[in-house]
Write a protein that binds this ligand. Structure first.
Ligand code: AP5
Length: 222
């Protein structure tokens, strides 16, 4: 099998995590979700978690050096035969660090998958999102659980993320436009960007990404 080294880009709430769950099953790729890893550190009150908490609660980004070290360690541990990175890189220095470190290991990125959607669309999605402690995600309107406030898969209570409140979401969107959006041109200039309309139904978005990845894998073999 050819190695797929992928990153998921896009505004908060565009559906990166939703698509990542499906794609890791389709392609057997290790999933490395930056936000999930950071939230675990916060819950465990590790040194990194204590440092990250304030930035996350405030809708800003965790400092580059901390996130870069955390993700590269994960890629080395789990990503030998390919990976799907969700939420990393989020700044140009993070993207440069990833490219340099992959090159040192004789590897390169296969593609940057941009799942895009308007601020209005993602605002509605994030504020209606609910999830259980194992990370199974629902939406009160677009993907409601069978029983209110309980996960269909494990019966655990569904809660709202602290940074999913309207005022926090506005800050996260401003951070995205300022710090992360420049990565669209960064990857486009390097011929790595693939765009997907995240405003579409999630099955359609999934079909489109899956077809693109199947083609990329074929091209990698040639
Ligand atoms: P992180 O957890 O990565 O959050 P995010 O990027 O803001 O993305 P979200 O998880 O909010 O959204 P998503 O795109 O995954 O959407 P989802 O699939 O859930 O990061 C959190 C924080 O950690 C950051 O703010 C930052 O502080 C810090 N951090 C993370 N990475 C960092 C980095 N590299 N550097 C520094 N700091 C970092 O979908 C949203 C909702 O919509 C769900 O309810 C879902 O059911 C629904 N939905 C999904 N797709 C569709 C669809 N097509 N149609 C209808 N509804 C849909």
């Amino acid at each position: 099998m050819s190695e797929l080294n992928l990153i998921l880009l896009g505004p908060p709430g565009a559906g990166k995590g939703t698509q990542a769950g499906r794609l890791t099953e389709d392609f057997g790729l290790p999933y490395i979700g930056t936000g999930d890893l950071l939230r675990k550190h916060v819950d465990q009150e590790s040194e990194l978690g204590r440092e990250a908490k304030g930035h996350m609660d405030d809708g800003g980004l965790v400092p580059d050096d901390l996130v870069i070290a955390m993700i590269l360690e994960k890629v080395d541990e789990e990503g030998d035969d390919g990976f799907l990175l969700d939420g990393f890189p989020r700044t140009v220095p993070q993207a440069d660090a990833l490219a340099d470190e992959l090159e040192k290991r004789g590897r390169r990125l296969t593609a940057a998958l941009l799942v895009d959607a308007s601020d209005e669309c993602v605002f509605k999605r994030i504020t209606g999102r609910r999830q259980c402690s194992d990370g199974h995600v629902y939406h009160v309107e677009f993907d409601p659980p069978k029983y209110d406030d309980k996960c269909d898969r494990d019966g655990k209570p569904l809660t709202q993320r602290k940074d999913d409140q309207p005022e926090k979401v506005k800050k996260r969107l401003a951070t995205y436009h300022r710090d992360t959006e420049p990565l669209i041109d960064y990857y486009d200039e390097r011929g790595l960007l693939r765009r997907f309309d995240g405003a579409q139904d999630k099955v359609k978005v999934h079909d489109h990404i899956r077809a693109t990845l199947a083609t990329l894998r074929l091209e990698e073999r040639l």
